[in-house]
Design a protein around this ligand. Structure first.
Ligand SMILES: CC(C)(COP(=O)(O)OP(=O)(O)OC[C@H]1O[C@@H](n2cnc3c(N)ncnc32)[C@H](O)[C@@H]1OP(=O)(O)O)[C@@H](O)C(=O)NCCC(=O)NCCS
Length: 161
């Protein structure tokens, strides 16, 4: 599906992707004054922070481990932007489960203008053990349930500990 068409169609909030959707859209953001660059449009750094956080949550849900870290992001081409007050939505889908890694693709689109803002073909997260070493996660397929979501919080690590 053309991403602009998809934006116009407002993909439903279900976890499972619709036919031909490249990604499943979960998170919407309202562009606020603090998210703008001096040009008055959405600051790329803000958007990348949101995407990295969205991808981290996705990796945790898919791998069942909070110790999942960003390893790699492929080329990012900002094809359009957003202005204050616009609503944007971010979508992800796992494209490959490796031994210790998960690879995802991401899209961001402007819900107001219906334009695609960017696509990131490849975002790789690595599953770590408690020593910070890559560890096998054992999964090969996407879950659309919450069956892998960790049930205990990690201890908070404070600086100088
Ligand atoms: C994540 C980290 C522990 C991985 O260490 P590493 O020595 O590269 O580990 P490995 O070589 O065993 O690779 C681990 C996995 O990452 C994948 N990988 C490594 N480099 C990659 C790259 N450039 N692109 C895509 N995947 C890559 C490997 O294929 C492997 O996946 P697989 O087991 O599913 O096949 C280490 O690079 C690190 O600590 N990086 C910093 C992470 C971080 O702090 N991120 C937050 C942003 S600052």
């Amino acid at each position: 599906m053309d991403p602009n068409q998809a934006a116009a169609g407002h993909a439903p909030d279900t976890e499972a992707p619709q036919d031909n959707d490249i990604v499943t859209f979960h998170t919407r953001k309202w562009v606020k004054p603090e998210d703008l660059n001096p040009n008055g449009t959405l600051f790329g750094g803000s958007l990348l922070r949101w995407i990295d956080e969205e991808a981290a949550v996705y990796a945790i849900v898919q791998l069942g481990n909070q110790r999942a870290v960003t390893k790699y992001m492929s080329e990012i081409n900002f094809v359009s932007s957003a202005r204050q007050g616009d609503l944007i939505e971010m979508g992800l889908r796992a494209t490959h489960f490796g031994r210790t890694s998960i690879t995802m693709t991401a899209q961001v689109r402007n819900m107001i203008t219906r334009h695609l803002i960017l696509t990131i073909e490849k975002i790789v997260f690595v599953n770590l053990d408690q020593d910070g070493v890559p560890a096998p996660h054992g999964f090969t397929e996407i879950t659309y349930e919450r069956d892998r979501v960790p049930t205990t919080a990690l201890p908070v690590v404070r600086p100088n500990q």
